[in-house]
Design a protein around this ligand. Structure first.
Ligand SMILES: [Zn+2]
Length: 89
C-alpha cells in the first residue's frame, strides 16, 4: 500500500544573516543626503573591495538605490572613491 508522504521533516530555516534594516536609509532619515562629494556616506554602500552593494543588501528603495549608484559612479570618476580596492598586494 502507498505510504502517505505528507510527513516531511520541518523545513530548514533560511540562512541566518544578522538582522539588517529592511528600510531604505535615505527614506527613513531625511538628514542623509546622497551626495557624490560625501564618500563617508557612499562608503557604507560599497563592499570592502569597492563594489556597489545590491539593493537586497542595502535595503534601499529603488529610486534611492539608483541615485546612490549614480553618486558612487560620479565619485569614482572624480577619484574620491575607488573603482577597486587592491587587496593582497
Ligand atoms: Zn528611499
Amino acid at each position: 500500500m502507498a505510504i502517505p508522504s505528507g510527513d516531511r521533516p520541518a523545513r530548514q530555516p533560511q540562512k541566518k544573516f544578522f538582522h539588517r534594516k529592511k528600510f531604505c536609509r535615505f527614506c527613513t532619515d531625511s538628514n542623509i543626503k546622497i551626495d557624490f562629494k560625501a564618500p563617508a556616506i557612499l562608503g557604507n554602500f560599497v563592499t570592502e573591495r569597492g563594489k556597489i552593494m545590491p539593493r537586497r543588501i542595502t535595503g534601499n528603495c529603488a529610486s534611492h538605490q539608483r541615485e546612490m549608484t549614480v553618486a558612487i559612479k560620479r565619485a569614482r570618476t572624480i577619484a574620491i572613491m575607488p573603482f577597486v580596492t587592491a587587496e593582497g598586494r
